[in-house]
Write a protein that binds this ligand. Structure first.
Ligand SMILES: [Mg+2]
Length: 166
């Protein structure tokens, strides 16, 4: 499995718009969680080539994002991705998890239930690797993506090599 974060890897929210590579398209989105008319629409930059590149990886793609099901309605069609499974987050998110842990990591371990997985996110640190390795013996790749760059060729190379070697 490959757990996909949206903001950071697919939407490089920390990039300066002038530095945005030409392949990216800039969207304004109002997902369900952002429907309040007082809120500005979300600016989301997506590279439509990323969908095919993700689908070419030897992994089952799973959304692991605060967009939850909105990722299927708002993000997937712009990338040419089919509807993907979505990880749901508990109400008492990380109530017992260490403070430096990515808030998604305990839930992803539960979802994976011992199956190998890779996870791309801009919040990953060594704390996540240590937490996961102490609790699960399956091969796991916690791969940090720079939110000022989004997924790069180098990131795809790491994912292809790691997933291909499973
Ligand atoms: Mg993120």
């Amino acid at each position: 499995m490959l757990f996909l974060d949206v903001d950071g890897p697919l939407n490089p929210f920390a990039i300066h718009l002038e530095a945005l590579p030409a392949e990216y398209q800039v969207h304004e989105m109002r997902p369900d969680l952002w429907a309040d008319p007082m809120l500005q629409p979300l600016r989301v930059c997506l590279n439509p080539a990323h969908g095919a590149r993700l689908l070419a990886l030897p992994a089952e793609l799973v959304w692991a994002t605060s967009w939850e099901h909105d990722a299927n309605s708002w993000i997937a069609p712009r990338l040419g991705l089919p509807e993907l499974p979505v990880v749901g987050w508990p109400e008492d998110l990380n109530a017992h998890a260490p403070a430096d842990l990515c808030w998604k990591t305990p839930t992803l371990l539960e979802y994976a239930a011992g199956r190998p997985f890779a996870f791309i996110d801009d919040d990953i640190t060594d704390a996540d690797r240590l937490y996961a390795e102490a609790r699960c013996e399956a091969p796991m790749l916690f791969h940090h993506v720079d939110p000022a760059k989004g997924l790069t060729d180098a990131d795809f190379a790491v994912l292809a090599e790691w997933l291909g070697a499973l």
